[in-house]
Design a protein. Structure first.
Length: 352
């Protein structure tokens, strides 16, 4: 699948260059996009046919019951994906409608930084879906619960410091990337990083497990809750507080939606939310508070007394803040015994 994706992206890029160089414009570009998407669909279907011959369209043994299951599953996934698009784009629409396009530009700059972090963290979740699917084939739900606890523990271990470091270092990040003059986007970076990090640590593993265990409806309902809260609160708060209101709506919608998903997921798994939060979140959160406070003080001292407000100064500040944060965070989690030197094995069969 990765090879197919790489090849189709390469073909699309090459064809795009050729079409634009030959002067075919937007129509040619649209045809290239449609053609490469069709090519990818054909190749993927052929690959699936090689792996599972019963899925071939022309096969007389085609199982319509499986088709209904696949369509029901796929429909829920597509609704969830549509919800993700709405949640990402709704703040821009609200800002453009109530405040003007200049605010959309400020928002977009901060969004790029925060979403880059979220994209990096979401890569870590890809392997959980097939693992959960394999474990779900057994009658015992305990292996799925073990996977959920173990994966969440390490996602929190990685996502919490990266999110916290981005929040603390937002001024230096924007200074290095864009240069001076973009201070208005600092609040956007921080608010969206809070929202994205909350979503990943509270629901990232859970949504992957839900997909792998054929429970996509849990994620779909969660996405619909976030959409409803985001749009309702976004309109009200945008009229009252402007961009700050839109950012507040995003964070609140994410927190409420994630809490709802956490409740439904733990009810399905039979897990205690309180013990899950205490065991998985307490130490990383404490480490982030200690490390974030130190890195924040370091940044204030460097900007106030030592370094100019330039890209070079921002780069030095970013490096020093990151070093102070990571050393402190690592010391806290290691001292607290949060990291085990003997990883837990998740198995679908009891030990003999």
């Amino acid at each position: 699948l990765n090879l197919i994706a790489v090849v189709t992206v390469s073909v699309n890029g090459l064809a795009t260059v050729v079409v634009l160089e030959t002067g075919h414009g937007l129509i040619g570009l649209a045809l290239v996009t449609a053609g490469t998407m069709a090519l990818k669909a054909i190749v993927l279907w052929a690959a699936v046919g090689l792996l599972k011959r019963e899925l071939r369209i022309l096969s007389f043994a085609f199982a319509w019951r499986k088709v209904r299951i696949f369509l029901a599953y796929g429909t829920r996934i597509q609704i969830t994906n549509l919800g993700a698009v709405v949640n990402l784009e709704a703040p821009k629409l609200l800002l453009g409608y109530f405040l003007g396009l200049s605010f959309v530009t400020v928002y977009e700059i901060g969004f790029k930084v925060a979403y880059s972090l979220a994209s990096l963290l979401m890569v870590l979740l890809v392997a959980i879906v097939p693992a959960a699917s394999e474990l779900a084939t057994h009658d015992d739900r305990m292996p799925v619960r073990q996977l959920y606890r173990w994966a969440t523990r390490y996602i929190v271990l990685l996502a919490s410091p990266l999110g916290s470091l981005t929040i603390v270092c937002a001024p230096a990040l924007l200074l290095v990337w864009m240069g001076p003059g973009y201070e208005a986007s600092i609040g956007v970076v921080r608010a969206l990083t809070v929202a994205f990090t909350l979503s990943i640590v509270l629901t990232g593993v859970g949504t992957a497990v839900a997909r792998g265990t054929n429970r996509p409806g849990l994620e779909t309902r969660y996405a619909l809750v976030v959409i409803a809260v985001q749009l309702a609160l976004g309109i009200l708060l945008a009229m009252q507080f402007g961009m700050t209101g839109v950012l507040m709506a995003t964070v609140i919608a994410t927190l409420l939606g994630s809490s709802y998903f956490l409740y439904t997921m733990h009810r399905y798994l039979g897990e205690s939310i309180l013990s899950f939060v205490r065991q998985g979140f307490a130490v990383p959160v404490l480490g982030c508070l200690a490390a974030g406070g130190l890195a924040w003080l370091v940044g204030i001292q460097l900007y106030a007394n030592l370094l100019p407000i330039t890209r070079l100064g921002g780069g030095i500040t970013l490096l020093v803040q990151s070093a102070a944060f990571m050393i402190t965070y690592a010391a806290v989690v290691v001292k607290a015994g949060y990291i085990s030197l003997h990883p837990q094995t998740v198995s679908a069969t009891p030990p003999t």
